[in-house]
Design a protein around this ligand. Structure first.
Ligand code: SF4
Ligand code: SF4
Length: 324
């Protein structure tokens, strides 16, 4: 069984427990943050195990790579602390079980991963994806299981992720373009955190978009519009990819408006969601740009009501090359 690479001594000697100090959902001072994290480390009861909203952000805040979020999830599971009602937790496990119903296209050296989200197949189409679209893969067998962290079921991840990696290995691919931010986060953050070897080079779709927008430069017409960006929780696992949003928006002529809040997560209370939407509306931007299809599904109605047009980043790029 895989175990989390976590060094207790690193937390014990941590000069700035940013993991919890910066947490948007807990109001702890420096001493309290350190004390609560050490309780988590020692496997003791901590308010963190009750109050964490599973936003993933502490994985980004910890500059020592000591995986506070994965540790919180591990401890919750050990203590059987549920983050959602048990039927919902189990429903997610059952819904995403591998049943041999996956689909693969003409995959050769490179695959285009649509995870377990059929809509990603539609997004990964047109001129931007013409070279790799036939090589799509879709289904539970190729799904990143990171969603189970929201339910503190790390055992499901430890069981399924090696199978997913093995399924890609059997395809014989050397590169996988990840259309789901969370897949890239899973292969580059969760897998190494548990010592799992990834048998291919994961490529974030935003890196691919930059490459394609450059290749299709002659077809580009700047959109000359404004937008706010809804950063998904999974992007907290891969903060090095965050600057790509500005780069892509710059290339297609979209001005990203500054925001005060950047909230995401599975268990957001209504007042937090409202703050998030009010914050977007206050910018007067035309679009709300999504990276994650789940965020888009959850927030689209509210965003529209607030006067913004919800759109996935890929669709905005398609507009800029005259496809939408
Ligand atoms: S998880 Fe990271 S930031 Fe938090 S106490 Fe440990 S080393 Fe410090
Ligand atoms: S995952 Fe988010 S809510 Fe939970 S402790 Fe980390 S920063 Fe706080």
């Amino acid at each position: 069984m895989y175990t989390l690479k976590h060094d207790e001594a690193v937390c014990a000697a941590c000069p700035s427990p940013d993991c919890l100090l910066k947490c948007q959902y807990m109001d702890l001072d420096k001493d309290q943050a350190h004390e609560e994290m050490m309780k988590v480390v020692r496997g003791e009861d901590s308010l963190v195990l009750q109050q964490c909203m599973t936003c993933y952000a502490c994985e980004e805040y910890c500059k020592r790579g000591n995986h506070p979020y994965y540790l919180i999830c591990e401890r919750r599971e050990e203590k059987d602390i549920l983050t959602a009602a048990r039927p919902i937790t189990n429903q997610w496990i059952n819904l995403t079980t591998m049943q041999g119903k996956f689909m693969t296209g003409a995959v050769q050296d490179t695959a285009m991963s649509c995870c377990f989200i059929p809509d990603l197949g539609g997004l990964g189409s047109g001129k931007l994806f013409e070279e790799i679209n036939p090589a799509f893969v879709l289904g539970a067998e190729f799904m990143c299981p990171a969603v189970h962290t929201h339910f503190a079921r790390m055992s499901v991840i430890k069981e399924r992720l090696p199978q997913v990696l093995d399924n890609f290995k059997k395809l014989g691919v050397s590169r996988v373009i990840c259309l789901h931010d969370e897949c890239y986060g899973t292969y580059t953050s969760i897998a190494p955190a548990y010592g799992m070897e990834v048998p291919f080079e994961p490529i974030h779709y935003m890196d691919y978009l930059v490459e394609r927008l450059e290749a299709l430069k002659k077809d580009l017409s700047p959109l000359n519009t404004t937008a706010v960006y809804q950063r998904p929780c999974s992007n907290r696992l891969i903060p090095e990819k965050y600057p790509l949003v500005a780069e892509i928006m710059d290339r297609i002529g979209v001005e990203i408006k500054e925001r005060e809040y950047h909230v995401s997560g599975y268990r957001l209370a209504d007042d937090i969601q409202k703050k998030n939407i009010d914050d977007m509306a206050a910018t007067d931007a035309e679009y709300c740009v999504f990276n994650c299809p789940f965020c888009q599904t959850t927030l689209s109605k509210k965003v529209t009501k607030a006067g913004l047009k919800p759109i996935h980043m890929i669709d905005l790029c398609k507009m800029a090359i005259g496809e939408k």
